[in-house]
Design a protein around this ligand. Structure first.
Ligand code: APR
Length: 312
């Protein structure tokens, strides 16, 4: 009998719980929710709650909670949300010191227990966290990726759909660069069913949407007192599904750059193809001179944070 795929979620908080529910609902595999010993009850409780929704929703997936990495052994996919989220007034970069310690411990656990997994990192500051996880696990770049671009692009898609009064399904956006204030929403690649968005919305509206996209996470933190979880989870599940079902979707993800776009030894948001071999390709596209300048600035900001992390 073919075995189901195994998905280990490291961090059973707001995003971890939503990831577990979406993965189970889509029957992507059996789910292990892992958190620290103090939160083992939370992980087990959420797992039980989700299993019990299976009866109403009609899905078959084993969902379990734990604080032991041995339960994540042999996972096909690992999604990392372990860490502290933002509070109002904080930037993602403010989380560096505390979340760096956490990602280092997680990386050791993943390396020892799930050496063949495809790993998606969500913890912030994202580009540094994913860089650190790759450094410690030594996994190839095809198997370590950061979730940011899909989320930032989704936010921009939603804003454009609302402004233009069209279905969000018709809107295409691409947000590149680091997952922070310097991210690069690429208007030159933004279309409504292939029609350049500049033909449909005026420049001042588009500029406001670019700004709102950059602050999309902060807008929610300010409202809720903690960071978003539905859209971040949905974005990571789209990446997971593309990997497990070899869909080869072209998605903006934080990928390890080894010369692409002129950057080396850096993680940053770029268009990638996610398929059965993981990050199968980094796609290099033309950028306007303004977008190129913004990407350079964003890369410099990510590099600065990586340098800071080396001293911690
Ligand atoms: N191992 C496993 N889990 C851990 C560890 C660890 N070493 N350290 C902390 N955690 C757990 C916490 O106990 C908590 O349950 O990570 C969970 C994080 O959940 P939330 O606090 O609800 O945060 P969430 O909203 O899910 O965001 C997680 O993703 O988007 C980013 O900025 C966000 O860095 C944050 C992360």
């Amino acid at each position: 009998m073919p075995a189901r795929k195994k998905i280990a979620l490291i961090g059973a908080g707001n995003i971890g719980g939503e990831l577990a529910l979406l993965a189970a609902r889509r029957e992507l595999g059996d789910v292990v929710l892992l958190d620290i010993p103090d939160k083992e009850g939370l992980a087990k409780g959420k797992a039980l709650d989700i299993v019990q929704t299976g009866a109403c929703d009609g899905f078959d997936a084993r969902v379990t909670g734990t604080s032991s990495y041995s339960d994540a052994a042999g996972a096909d996919v690992v999604i990392v949300t372990a860490g502290v989220p933002r509070k109002p007034g904080m930037s993602r970069d403010d989380l560096l010191t505390i979340n760096l310690k956490i990602i280092r411990a997680v990386a050791e656990g993943v390396k020892a227990n799930a050496p063949d997994a495809f790993v998606i990192v969500i913890s912030n500051p994202l580009d540094v966290m994913v860089y650190e996880l790759k450094r410690i696990t030594g996994f190839p770049r095809e198997r370590v990726v950061g979730m940011a671009g899909v989320l930032d692009s989704s936010r921009m898609q939603a804003f454009i759909a609302q402004a233009a009064g069209v279905s969000v399904r018709e809107v295409r956006t691409l947000v590149l660069g680091g997952h922070g204030d310097t991210m690069v929403p690429c208007l030159s690649y933004c279309t409504i069913n292939g029609v350049p968005v500049g033909q449909i919305l005026p420049k001042d509206k588009l500029d406001a949407i670019v700004d709102r996209t950059r602050n999309g996470g902060g807008e929610i933190v300010k409202l809720m007192g903690t960071s978003a979880y539905y859209a971040p989870a949905a974005a990571a599940i789209a990446m997971t599904e593309s990997y497990l079902r070899d869909q080869k979707r072209m998605l903006a993800c934080a990928a390890y750059l080894d010369g692409e776009y002129g950057f080396k030894d850096l993680y940053m948001g770029v268009p990638t193809v996610i398929g059965g071999r993981g990050v199968e390709r980094v796609v290099e596209i033309e950028l306007s001179s303004e977008e190129r300048a913004m990407l350079d600035k964003s890369a410099a900001a990510v590099r600065e944070l990586i340098e800071a992390s080396r001293k911690l």
